[in-house]
Ligand binder design. Sequence first.
Ligand code: SF4
Length: 468
Amino acid sequence: MKLKSDGHSMEYEAEQMVLLFFPNHDNITLKSSLSEKDGTTFVTTEATAHGETVTYTEKAETKAFSKRELGNLIKRSAYFALRPLSPLPAPWGILTGVRPAKLVRILMEEGNSEKEVRRILKETYLAYDDKIDLAVKVALEEGKHPRNPKDVCVYIGIPYCPTRCAYCSFISGTGATTKKEEYVRLLLLEIQRTGEIIKDLGLSLRSIYIGGGTPTSLEAPLLRTLHEGITKFLPVYSGMEFTTEAGRPDTITREKLQVLKAFGTNRISINPQTLHDETLKRIGRRHTSAQFLSAFALAREEGFTNVNTDLIAGLPGENFEMYRHSFDTVKSLAPESITVHTLYVKRASEIGQSGEDVSLYPQVSDMLAYTYREASAVGYRPYYMYRQKATVGNLENVGYALPGYDSFYNTVTMTDCANIFALGAGGVSRLLLPDKVERVFNFKHDDGYTREFAEVLRRKEEFYKIKA
Ligand code: SF4
């Protein structure tokens, strides 16, 4: 891609539009120029792809543009120049942010009615009606949780998985037993110190989320040790949201579920990703769809009444019909929430490196539209949503939940309405300070975490900034 700007320095905005229509960075040349004449500001974009050139000029009355307004002018100009050159639709229009619902909330906070927000998203941001509907619904759900700096969620990361999925770039290992034991031993010290800080600061613990990796890749006795520590050191109380990502069905046993249940876990995730065994094999997951179904049934037998299931739209080799089968099967089990991700390919992952063509955009778009329609028809509500760069077709990941079953922790990760103390390898804490959200990073890899554990503990002292 060759990109040139003239009269402005917002190349990033123009580049975002190129990636929208040409995700594989094809041979594109784009020139974006800003000029002003007689009280009118012009942004002209000249886009060339595969030997064809389109020029488009966007104009607006000259004024003191905000950064957002100027960025939108540049994006709209690039959008209209690029659109005729690409076969890909752009259902989110020029809305490229990671959290589309955040813009909706900002527009509402600026005094716009819901009707006005919908008009702005359609006319200024060029979003399709179903995406507008989705963003507005998610924003309304998010708005139910006002910001409270006295609330905290604790995230506990377990960086181990039975095998590495081909699309995953998360730093996880399979972990020898002794390594896992040492990891949990240190993690408990970090949990203990965090419990003391929560008490010192007088914070309310709203949620515990054990994620990963795959927390249930710990064997039952070690899982028990971890949970004994959690209940000893953190102010866990009955009815508090307590989630464990059981994740990989091949790690789930009755004994492990009983440990989780005994220590207050009331929400678990069991993630098939797809109900097609050939795809599961292809993406490096060791389990089968039958294993998912029996793990789900086992969870119900053990009394779990809040189960989330994750699916991925756009897995390599999967068409719309295959996705529909997976979604319909999951829906027939009536989990309390269903989270649908769009395949996210980072360079570090196996699929990203192999350069495999994952541009299944039109079908993936249909998969997401189907999900929205079918999930809504049986009472699921979209309550959290984010987009990641490099997703197939730049599409979204959405959490749907039946009323009363949305995850507070998931909402916090989108809206920063509470603090997050993130423990373990890969943890990124978020502190609600008066003027900003400050991040505190743990070491990414379990080796770094155990080797530099004194530093991990030292960084916990940063949590006291909340008090200032
Ligand atoms: S289970 Fe999740 S964290 Fe583990 S390898 Fe697969 S995608 Fe990555």
